[in-house]
Design a protein around this ligand. Structure first.
Ligand code: FAD
Length: 383
C-alpha cells in the first residue's frame, strides 16, 4: 500500500494551501480531489472572494486574518502572480444595524485603518453606490478581494513543484484508522496509507464525519454578473468591494455583496442567503434560475442602479453553514490524526492562505500559534 506522511482529501481553497505547506516542509503528501483542479461544483469558483479586515465575527479571527494577508503576499511572490487586490471595502447598513455597527466596533478595537462616511460622502467618492439616507458606511482602504480559482491553481502548482502527489478526479470514498495508528484511505483507483488525514472536503464534510450532520449543512448560493449602464463607475481602482444590508426596492430586507469589474465580464453581485436552500452537496441544483436572478437584481436595482443592465452570468456555489456561523478546525476526538478543516460558513476563503499553515501544523503534531478554541468540535456537543 503506498504510504505518505499526510493525505489531503479535497484540493479546493484549504486543501491546496495545505498541500503546499506540507510539501514545502518536506512531507510526503498525497492530495486527492473529487473533481478537476479547480472546478465549479464547490465553494471557491466565480473569480474572487472579499477580504475585509474588521471582523465582527469574533476576536479569534483577527490574528489569523493578519497572518492570512502576509501569506497571500507570499503566495503571490512564490507563484509569480497577483492574487490579492486591494480595492478598499465598504460595509454599509442602517445606523444601529448589526452588520455595520459590529464592523465599526471591530475596526476601532483592532485599530484598523478606516473611515466612517455619511451616505452623501459615500456616493460622492464612489458614485456606483446608491444608498439610503439613514445608512452609515465603514470604509477600509486596505480591504479588497482574493482571486479564488487563481489561488487554488497557484497553491496546487507550488505543491506539485515541492513534490506533492496531487491528483484530480480521485475522490476518497472512505477512511479508517489502522491498528498501527495511521489512516487508510480508499478511492476508486486505490488504497493509500498515511500518518494523518486532512479532510478539507468543503460542502461534502458530513459524508466523512456523519456526527456533524446537524451542525454543518451545504447551502446553495448564486452569484450574478451584470452589464453596467455606466462601466466607468465600476472599474477596478474606482469601485470598492463591499456589502450592504438594508431595505430593497421590492420591500424585503436583503444583504448584497459586490465586486469591481474583474476576471469575468460584468460587475459581480450576490445576495447573501437569498433562498435558504439546504441539502446534500450532490443534490443542490447547480442550475441558476430566473428566480435567482430576480433576487440578486432587486439588490442591484436598489443600491447600484447604474449596474442594473443585462445579465452576463449566474453561477451557483455552495456554503457549508455551521449552526453558529463559525469555522470547524479540529482533530476528530476518536481519531486525533484526522483533521477536519471546514473554515466556511460563507466567509472562509480569505483565510485559506493561513489555514494551509494551521492545517499543516495540526497534521504533523505541531501546535498552531493561534487560539483555535472557537473552532473546536466539542462546542456542538455542549450546545
Ligand atoms: C457565493 C459565495 C460567496 C462567498 N464569499 C466569500 C467572501 O466574499 N469572502 C470569503 O472569505 N469567503 C467567501 N465565501 C466562502 C469561501 O468561498 C469558502 O469558505 C471557501 O471557498 C471554502 O473552501 P474549502 O476548501 O472548504 O472548499 P472548496 O474550495 O469547495 O474545496 C473542497 C474540495 O473538496 C473536494 N472534495 C469533496 N469531497 C471529496 C472527496 N471525497 N475526495 C476528494 N475531494 C473531495 C471538492 O470537490 C472541493 O474541491 C463565499 C462562498 C460562496 C459560495
Amino acid at each position: 500500500v503506498p504510504r505518505y506522511d499526510v493525505i489531503i482529501a479535497g484540493v479546493g481553497a484549504m486543501g491546496s494551501a495545505t498541500a503546499f505547506e506540507l510539501a514545502r516542509r518536506g512531507k510526503r503528501v498525497l492530495a486527492l480531489e473529487r473533481f478537476d483542479i479547480p472546478h465549479n461544483m464547490g465553494s471557491s469558483h466565480g473569480a474572487n472572494r472579499i477580504i475585509r479586515l474588521a471582523y465582527a465575527e469574533g476576536p479569534a479571527y483577527v490574528p489569523l486574518l493578519r497572518r492570512a494577508l502576509s501569506k497571500w503576499r507570499e503566495a503571490e511572490q512564490l507563484g509569480g502572480e497577483q492574487l490579492l487586490y486591494v480595492t478598499g471595502t465598504l460595509d454599509i447598513g442602517p445606523r444601529g444595524g448589526e452588520l455595520v455597527e459590529g464592523a465599526i466596533a471591530s475596526a476601532r478595537k483592532m485599530a484598523i485603518h478606516h473611515e466612517i462616511l455619511s451616505p452623501k460622502e459615500t456616493m460622492q467618492r464612489f458614485p456606483g453606490y446608491h444608498i439610503a439616507d439613514d445608512a452609515i458606511s465603514l470604509y477600509q482602504p486596505d480591504g479588497g478581494f482574493v482571486a479564488s480559482e487563481r489561488s487554488i491553481i497557484t497553491y496546487a502548482n507550488l505543491a506539485i513543484a515541492h513534490g506533492a502527489d496531487v491528483r484530480a478526479r480521485e475522490p476518497i470514498t472512505s477512511w479508517r484508522t489502522t491498528p498501527e495508528g495511521g489512516v487508510r484511505v480508499d478511492t476508486p483507483r486505490g488504497i493509500y496509507e498515511a500518518d494523518s488525514l486532512v479532510l478539507s472536503v468543503g460542502a461534502w464534510l458530513t459524508d466523512y464525519v456523519p456526527a456533524l450532520k446537524t451542525h454543518a449543512n451545504a447551502e446553495r448560493q448564486v452569484m450574478g454578473w451584470f452589464r453596467p449602464k455606466r462601466p466607468e463607475l465600476f472599474q477596478l481602482g474606482r469601485f470598492p468591494c463591499g456589502n450592504i444590508s438594508g431595505r430593497l426596492v421590492n420591500g424585503t430586507e436583503g444583504h448584497i455583496y459586490q465586486f469591481p469589474m474583474w476576471g469575468l465580464p460584468g460587475v459581480k453581485f450576490g445576495m447573501t442567503r437569498h433562498v435558504r436552500a439546504f441539502g446534500h452537496a450532490n443534490d443542490l441544483s447547480r442550475v441558476a434560475t430566473d428566480d435567482d436572478e430576480a433576487h440578486i437584481r432587486a439588490g442591484v436595482e436598489t443600491f447600484f442602479p447604474e449596474a442594473n443592465g443585462p445579465l452576463l452570468g449566474l453561477r451557483p456555489c455552495l456554503y457549508t453553514t455551521t449552526t453558529d456561523g463559525h469555522f470547524i478546525i479540529d482533530r476528530l476526538p476518536d481519531a486525533p490524526n484526522v483533521i477536519v478543516a471546514s473554515p466556511c460558513s460563507g466567509h472562509g476563503f480569505k483565510f485559506a492562505s493561513v489555514m494551509g499553515e494551521v492545517l499543516a501544523d495540526l497534521a504533523t503534531g505541531v501546535a498552531p500559534p493561534y487560539d483555535l478554541s472557537l473552532f473546536r468540535l466539542d462546542r456542538f456537543k455542549a450546545a
